[in-house]
Design a protein. Structure first.
Length: 231
């Protein structure tokens, strides 16, 4: 038994953690998850920001305060989930305001939070690669980070997407792949704005060459500009 534990302890701990996370996913909800009711609109050609402004008086829960990449990616995912029959097609209806129905449906809660679990695992992997030793332990430190668990799987916030690309940006920076680091930072900021606050500190700390600073900045802001224009 000891040999079995010594060999497979990491995967056993991960499986126990995933079971805990799934429990949190389906047993907790938060009003912000209601936004997932209408994010598929943008993938159908509807201007989400204009649509929300138009229908705000009909449903006070409507809001559209995030950058376009969030609405494109989450909208595409939810459209696929509906087409596969994993979520009832009627539960996401742009003309209704079914807050209570959405936030108490365990099937809905599981599938809308499922990408958070995938990105949580990927984020732990990228985070562990920032270190040269004891990567399994660093993986578990991130994986069981109570703040990340609370934000992603209890509140149902999508910060984990942003954090994943931000960590990837830091990993590329460590590898001195600054163009790719800037691009990852830009993608992160195109999902939610706050990673762009790291731009100036990174430029001041990592770079001594103005040409490299310009190149990094270009790659960092171009994803945000392109997606903002497309919205």
């Amino acid at each position: 038994m000891k040999k079995f534990w010594d060999r497979y302890w990491f995967w056993i701990v991960i499986m126990v953690g995933i079971i805990l996370i799934i429990f949190l996913m389906v047993s907790t909800s938060f009003p912000d998850l209601f936004a997932l009711n209408y994010v598929p609109l943008m993938t159908g050609g509807v201007k989400t920001y204009l649509w929300v402004a138009k229908h705000k008086q009909e449903c006070q829960w409507l809001d559209a305060t995030y950058p376009p990449l969030y609405y494109y990616t989450s909208g595409f995912y939810l459209t696929v989930v509906k087409q596969l029959g994993l979520i009832s097609k009627n539960i996401i209806n742009a003309s209704d305001c079914p807050v209570f129905q959405l936030l108490t449906d365990k099937n809905f809660l599981f599938w809308v939070k499922f990408p958070y679990l995938v990105f949580h695992l990927l984020s732990a992997l990228v985070f562990s690669r920032l270190f040269d030793k004891q990567r399994k332990k660093w993986f578990l430190i991130w994986f069981f980070n109570p703040l990340a668990l609370f934000v992603s799987f209890i509140q149902g916030q999508f910060e984990i997407y942003t954090v994943f690309f931000l960590l990837w940006s830091l990993l590329f920076a460590k590898q001195k792949a600054y163009s790719r680091s800037g691009l990852m930072l830009g993608i992160s900021g195109a999902i939610k704005n706050f990673p762009l606050l790291f731009l100036i500190p990174i430029l001041l700390i990592l770079f001594k060459d103005n040409k490299a600073r310009v190149k990094f900045t270009f790659f960092a802001i171009i994803p945000y500009i392109i997606l903002a224009l497309s919205a």
